[in-house]
Ligand binder design. Structure first.
Ligand SMILES: Cc1cc2nc3c(=O)[nH]c(=O)nc-3n(C[C@H](O)[C@H](O)[C@H](O)COP(=O)(O)OP(=O)(O)OC[C@H]3O[C@@H](n4cnc5c(N)ncnc54)[C@H](O)[C@@H]3O)c2cc1C
Length: 434
């Protein structure tokens, strides 16, 4: 598992990506309205061939493998590693984030919205949408969260009511990246009442379906995000992704791939903040010398660098584990996302402190990173949810610890499934929630 350092080809690719981000993508990002989908930027990601790398084209037969699994039962067959290269995705996201967070986010959202098609789409769905996504002509979105179902995604209530051999969708989705401007949405809807995670179906819904409307939401970060309302939106069996009532697995397989790469996004931001702090503290003089000569400054920079490197290694290890299909992917992915996003928050904040007032001036790199770094600790599983996943995985692998429940007087008399029913797992599937 070569994750301790990049090989020369990988290192060169990352350097090239950082240059592309700074020189070609950042100018496009700066021209756009914050919080809105930046179509020229998405198109540039396509033209530069970066969207094609989302699911690992470097010698990887990813689309063909996913296609072979498409159709009946495709969702269930597409486990960790199928049709994707998490490690390559992490390198992409880390390197782009270093030079242009908006480009990184635009790329990641194309992946999040379209991976349900890669893993579970029919040949017709794949042919219709994937070339458009990778060319940067169609904007994708992943619509799982609702006003009353965020961390507890299996509580989602958007209804799919049977109608003339298909369904009508009614309800609301909220905090959906790229909404309401995306060209299509992978929408998770309730097809069986009272069945929790086992009563959810994934649908591919083009944005021009009658009854689908939305509004943009203004956020702290420049992230394009919005709410969607569904009023009797018609969908047919041809719009189903994977199997009926098995859509939650499609959502979880998508999030399992993307979770380590959220960590990579965070590492890219942390590295950018660290480099800015190194540069600034070497040049800024105070009390007769450069800031770097103050021991408290030097130690803080050392701490930032050490934590960033630790986060990077955990991200790479989680991504490599995903690609190898090891059975500890949920734990490793949760650890990577948790440590990297919390570390990036610390490093960006410390870099702001070392810069003083100038870091808070609108338009400064650190002012930008300070707004960007907050959300990843909440989306795709809040930090608390990641800790719960890690703890559950640890106890599940430790038979003695499992028996502790039986010795706990508070737990006495409760059947095992009730002891473990809550928390960030889909009912009975051992899949982490969003
Ligand atoms: C910038 C951004 C982009 C997003 N993009 C998308 C998208 O594209 N598609 C999509 O479907 N969703 C998206 N989301 C929504 C995101 O997935 C949810 O915000 C997330 O799942 C948390 O849900 P919530 O905000 O409703 O918080 P809640 O679920 O209400 O949780 C609030 C807090 O409660 C605590 N908590 C919750 N559960 C637990 C637990 N089990 N144990 C301990 N503490 C817990 C945590 O501190 C958590 O932060 C996005 C959110 C943001 C901020």
């Amino acid at each position: 598992m070569p994750v301790f350092s990049l090989d020369p080809a990988q290192a060169a690719w990352c350097a090239q990506l950082r240059t592309l981000a700074a020189e070609k993508l950042r100018p496009l990002a700066e021209k756009a309205e914050p919080g809105r989908v930046n179509r020229p930027l998405v198109a540039a990601l396509g033209e530069l061939g970066l969207l094609e790398r989302l699911f690992g084209t470097a010698g990887s037969p990813a689309p063909a493998r996913a296609a072979a699994g498409a159709g009946a039962g495709a969702g269930a067959g597409a486990g960790p590693g199928a049709g994707a290269r998490a490690f390559e995705l992490c390198l992409l996201r880390e390197s782009l984030a270093y030079g242009c967070t908006e480009a990184e986010t635009a790329l990641a959202l194309q992946g999040l919205g379209s991976y349900p098609i890669v893993q579970a789409g029919t040949a017709a769905q794949r042919e219709r949408w994937l070339p458009e996504v990778t060319a940067g002509r169609a904007v994708a979105a992943f619509a799982l969260s609702e006003p009353d179902a965020g961390s507890d995604a299996a509580a989602l209530a958007l209804k799919a009511v049977p109608d003339q051999g298909g369904w009508r969708l009614s309800g609301e989705k909220r905090w959906i990246s790229n909404a309401p401007e995306a060209d299509f949405y992978t929408v998770f809807a309730r097809t069986t009442e009272g069945a929790g995670a086992r009563g959810v179906t994934a649908f591919l819904v083009p944005a021009d379906r009658p009854g689908l409307a939305g509004t943009a939401l203004e956020m702290l970060s420049p992230h394009p995000i919005g709410a969607l309302t569904f009023t009797d939106v018609p969908v047919t069996r041809d719009d189903v992704l994977g199997d009926e009532d098995r859509g939650f697995r499609v959502a979880m397989n998508t999030l399992n791939l993307f979770r380590p790469s959220v960590g990579a996004f965070a590492v890219g931001m942390a590295q950018a903040a660290l480099d800015a702090a190194l540069d600034h503290t070497a040049r800024r003089t105070a009390f007769g010398g450069p800031l770097k000569d103050l021991q408290s400054v030097a130690h803080q920079v050392a701490e930032m660098a050490t934590r960033t490197e630790a986060a990077r290694l955990l991200v790479y290890a989680a991504a490599a584990a995903y690609d190898e299909g090891t059975d500890d992917v949920p734990k490793r992915s949760a650890m990577a996302k948790l440590l990297a996003t919390e570390t990036a928050q610390f490093v960006v904040d410390a870099a702001v402190q070392l810069h003083g007032a100038r870091a808070l001036q609108r338009g400064h790199l650190l002012e930008h990173l300070y707004r960007e770094v907050r959300a990843p600790r909440i989306y795709e599983g809040a930090s608390e949810v990641q800790r719960t996943i890690i703890a559950k995985e640890l106890y599940a692998k430790n038979p003695d610890a499992k028996n502790l429940d039986a010795k706990d007087p508070l737990a006495k008399g409760l059947p095992a499934h009730e002891l473990h029913a809550d928390g960030p797992y889909a009912e009975g599937t051992k899949e982490p929630y969003a």
